[in-house]
Design a protein around this ligand. Sequence first.
Ligand SMILES: Nc1ncnc2c1ncn2[C@@H]1O[C@H](COP(=O)(O)OP(=O)(O)O)[C@@H](O)[C@H]1O
Ligand SMILES: [Mg+2]
Length: 251
Amino acid sequence: MLKVEGLSRMFGGVEALAGLDLQVHDGSVLGLIGPNGSGKTTLFNVLTGVYPADSGHIYLRGKDVTNLKPQQIIRHGVARTFQNLRLYSRLTVFDNVWVAQHSLPDVGLRELILARRKPERARREAVSTMLDVTGLADHADQLAGGLPLALQRRLELARALIRSPDLLLLDEPAGGMTPAETADMADLIHHIATPNRTCIVIEHKMELLSSLCQRMCVLNFGRKIAEGNPQQVLDHPDVLEAYLGRSQSSA
Ligand SMILES: Nc1ncnc2c1ncn2[C@@H]1O[C@H](COP(=O)(O)OP(=O)(O)O)[C@@H](O)[C@H]1O
Ligand SMILES: [Mg+2]
């Protein structure tokens, strides 16, 4: 589904991504971890066209999509959520999802015409269904900005899922949540986000990752330092070192 080869991106003197290689198989869930500043969010930003890569390649289903614009990447069936939430705080919960659905790019003339004929009622129902499954139905008319963080993160997920992406990128979906909220979010992702979809999940919370992922990848200084099933990765000596901040000084 996704293949990343030698992906690099500098910011000033910082190598946010330093020749990263990564593969994610169709229908699988990859957990992405690494210390703060290791390049996880930058990977999502380069994958979704927010920042161009300095070098390297990104292939989606074998197609080279390196350095396409964000709208073009969306058209390839990629959606994401943001670590720093990007909701329309002065729109209602319903309208946030509605807007995400309407900015769906229409692929080609045929789809464009079909989309125009599609009754608005069907679109409204799609939004209502999404609010139901994400547990937001009771909050449909509230302003997004007034929601507690846990519900704002659910809303971000709803906005990404309404586009029915083939590849879903979740950037710290349980960031700032209590353990109970985190468990609810893990459940929600497991039931509505990962089935029949390829996902990459960035998260520091192992209880969330180990319940969702078959495979985990660890970044440090923009490089992959370990990969494998959750237990293999957590037992890897380089991973422990990375988290203790000694990886540069050790041989
Ligand atoms: N837009 C940017 N401008 C300057 N530096 C950036 C930018 N985005 C990321 N960086 C830097 O790149 C490195 C990786 O950041 P990031 O990908 O956000 O890490 P992570 O998500 O793993 O915590 C950090 O050193 C960060 O400061
Ligand atoms: Mg980040």
